[in-house]
Design a binder for this molecule. Structure first.
Ligand SMILES: CC(C)(COP(=O)(O)OP(=O)(O)OC[C@H]1O[C@@H](n2cnc3c(N)ncnc32)[C@H](O)[C@@H]1OP(=O)(O)O)[C@@H](O)C(=O)NCCC(=O)NCCSC(=O)/C=C/CC(=O)O
Ligand SMILES: Cc1cc2nc3c(=O)[nH]c(=O)nc-3n(C[C@H](O)[C@H](O)[C@H](O)COP(=O)(O)OP(=O)(O)OC[C@H]3O[C@@H](n4cnc5c(N)ncnc54)[C@H](O)[C@@H]3O)c2cc1C
Length: 634
């Protein structure tokens, strides 16, 4: 007789009478039914391999053992690539992201940078000949690369990087050197023990002149022994400049000096999707747990309620649930812009480059910072059990907060966005995503709290905050401040304007996607409720921006608050069905709190039993340290 599959009765009840087709949302998030089938096949192919399972929880291994175990599995995954049912590129994309990949490589993928940055740098910046020489070698894993840009002394200010590459016309070689301790490459993933090549960003010097940062291919280690090459500390190696800017000893300026930054733009676009996947994991764990957990007393004398029935818990979890859809749809729009811009750039048309830079900075900063805040709220919403390592919240939080720093520290990226907004507003010319800054906002200033009316408020705030920042810059200019001082003294206003621009893009993406999307009525209803909840949530959180830039009144705000709590109650019954639609397997969630069957307490107990400390009643340290203390009569 088949073993009865346990399902927590509360979760079972949550799943009854779902008013919409969960698979329709799964297909929407995957990019279509075929993509869902492909993803599930790939997940089965990878997760059914016993050799990819951890014998002991990673948290109980030493640093070196963790590295070795992750490298073992990463190499096994690469061997499995050839036979993957989904093909190499979709498989690699799945294995490098926060979904399937993190289910196997919980501490991180030692080969990630090879695929996420090293190969994209070759593809985006190498000449045809260089690509012919290295790409096949890289794809065949006959070399393992990383992207070495950040130094001990510099990560943000690329024009301040100290690593030098001096061109010697006599030998037609580049001499790479780290002139100081602060010039040492620091942070690049895989650089320490795994990679034997690197794309090294260095200041190019030729004929005594610095031509700025450029990418160089550098071999780090012997391909047979893996020993660092001689002089690797003071790199005097035979690097090759990746790009085609040196012609017979003469430097030829690229069409745009920032094309050497292109790899970072690509990864910023990918980061938006990655942090959204991590947020989906956190929301699923917290939502299912909040429907299993019963605590306290809502109605005197009644049974302890599911904590999800507290409005306070709904206020914690439903905005992040809505955010997962908002960020996914915005990231999809950005991905499409990236492809269009990249195809144009390959034809020499750089017109969309500023727009792509502005939007990729804006969304990477917004999605990573908002996701980090939301993941922490999800962790807190699970009480003590949310704090346990096995809940997976600490690891998810670590991954999302890292994204606030790498690929461009968020503050620095916000200021890049502000630079683009101010320039567009002043010059009255700009790209696709900033058209609203050109000309004056038309239409009545009165506020209506319909979905369209709220979007108009976001646009008013975005324009208004740019104008406030420009007024600050002009005020400083009139006081005789130099432009760089005026810019620094307006930073708070500039960052607010940049954030309002990013929020407007996300809000319009969400609303437009629902308008354009071929959705069934029940799915449209629930996603429209999430959309309205999210845009009102953000408006309430940032109401100061809207008061400053529109005719929003206290009455309007009270009305929006009421609408917000009504939407919490309306969405509450579908919370579990919505996270089920994400179709995240237990292995991907990797958390006893979020498992599909809701068997939380037994799984928590089983996880605790795996601790080495629970393998004996009395740990040996008692006899060494505690017993002598107890006997010492201090
Ligand atoms: C902060 C940056 C962008 C400043 O660069 P800088 O050269 O100083 O430029 P300016 O601020 O003076 O702006 C000049 C001009 O160039 C435009 N611009 C800047 N960047 C780009 C770009 N990427 N694409 C297109 N255009 C760009 C800018 O808009 C200005 O245009 P104007 O028309 O207004 O003149 C730079 O220092 C920077 O990017 N810093 C961040 C460094 C970074 O991201 N590091 C990541 C290292 S790799 C990593 O972290 C890996 C992580 C592991 C993993 O992902 O797994
Ligand atoms: C997990 C992780 C993985 C990484 N992987 C890689 C990798 O593989 N390869 C690689 O090359 N690098 C990597 N990095 C490094 C990363 O790219 C840098 O840490 C990042 O770019 C930030 O630069 P920084 O560390 O110099 O910070 P800093 O810029 O020194 O930041 C310190 C403070 O200064 C502020 N600040 C700096 N400039 C300005 C400004 N102009 N205006 C206002 N405030 C400013 C920042 O906002 C911040 O608050 C990684 C980092 C992390 C955390």
């Amino acid at each position: 007789m088949s073993k009865e599959i346990y399902e927590n009765p509360d979760l079972k009840k949550e799943r009854q009478n779902c008013p919409f087709n969960k698979e329709e949302i799964t297909h929407l998030l995957d990019g279509g039914k075929e993509k869902t089938i492909e993803r599930k096949q790939l997940e089965n192919y990878i997760l059914s391999d016993e050799q990819l399972k951890d014998a002991v929880p990673m948290e109980y291994l030493s640093h070196a053992d963790k590295y070795a175990e992750e490298l073992r599995k990463a190499c096994l995954l690469m061997h499995k690539l050839a036979d993957s049912p989904a093909g190499q590129v979709p498989t690699l994309r799945a294995l490098m992201g926060a979904g399937l990949g993190s289910a196997v490589l919980k501490e991180g993928n030692p080969l990630a940078l090879h695929y996420v940055m090293f190969i994209p740098a070759l593809m985006g910046q190498g000449t045809i000949d260089q690509q012919a020489k290295w790409l096949e070698k890289a794809y065949n894993l006959n070399m393992i690369g990383t992207y070495a840009q950040t130094e001990l002394g510099h990560g943000t200010f690329l024009r301040g990087l100290e690593t030098r590459a001096t061109y010697d016309p006599k030998t037609q070689e580049f001499i790479l050197e780290s002139p100081s301790l602060t010039a040492y490459k620091w942070w690049p993933g895989s650089l320490g023990k795994t990679a034997n090549y690197a794309v090294v960003m260095a200041q190019l010097y030729t004929k005594g002149k610095c031509e700025g940062t450029h990418p160089f291919m550098v071999q780090l280690r012997d391909e047979e022994t893996h020993e660092p090459l001689p002089g690797i500390v003071n790199m005097w190696l035979n690097p090759v400049c990746i790009s085609s800017y040196i012609h017979y000893g003469t430097y030829v300026k690229p069409t745009n000096s920032k094309l050497s930054y292109a790899t970072m733009v690509f990864v910023r676009v990918v980061v938006c999707q990655d942090v959204t996947t991590n947020l989906r994991k956190a929301v699923t764990i917290a939502t299912r747990y909040s429907c299993v957990r019963r605590q306290s007393e809502l109605k005197p004398g009644d049974r302890e309620p599911q904590v999800m029935d507290y409005q306070a818990q709904q206020n914690k979890l439903l905005p992040p649930l809505a955010a997962t859809f908002a960020f996914q749809l915005a990231a999809d729009h950005l991905w499409n812009l990236y492809h269009t811009a990249n195809n144009n750039i390959e034809q020499g048309d750089l017109e969309l480059l500023p727009d792509l830079h502005g939007l990729s900075c804006a969304l990477k900063a917004l999605c990573s910072s908002e996701a980090a805040n939301f993941v922490e709220v999800c962790r807190q919403s699970c009480g003590g059990h949310g704090y346990m390592s096995c809940s997976n919240f600490p690891r998810i939080y670590g991954q999302v907060t890292a994204a606030e720093t790498y690929e461009g520290e968020n503050t620095v990226l916000w200021l890049q966005v502000a630079r683009y907004l101010v320039k567009t507003r002043k010059e009255q010319s700009g790209g696709l995503s900033v058209k609203y800054l050109i000309g004056e906002e038309k239409g009545p200033k009165t506020v209506d709290t319909t979905l369209e009316g709220i979007v108009k408020l976001y646009r008013r705030a975005a324009v208004g905050l740019v104008d406030v920042a420009i007024a600050e810059l002009d005020k400083s200019g009139r006081k005789g401040e130099a432009p760089h001082d005026a810019w620094n003294h307006a930073a708070v206003y500039l960052i607010k304007a940049a954030q309002a621009h990013a929020r407007l893009f996300v809000v319009e993406s969400f609303v437009d996607s629902l308008k354009e999307g071929k959705l069934s009525a029940p799915v449209r209803t629930v996603l429209s409720q999430l959309c309205e909840l999210f845009i009102i949530y953000w408006l309430l959180e940032r109401s100061g921006d809207f008061f400053l830039c529109s005719n929003l009144t206290k009455q309007d705000l009270l009305l929006l608050n009421s609408k917000y709590v009504e939407l919490l109650a309306a969405i509450r019954p579908q919370a579990v069905n919505l996270v089920d639609s994400f179709d995240l397997r237990d292995e991907v969630l990797n958390s006893p709190l979020g498992c599909w069957d809701g068997n939380v307490y037994q799984r928590l107990f089983d996880e605790a039993a795996k601790s080495p400390l629970n393998q004996s009643n009395v740990h040996e340290s008692f006899h060494k340290y505690l017993k002598p203390l107890l006997k010492s009569n201090l």
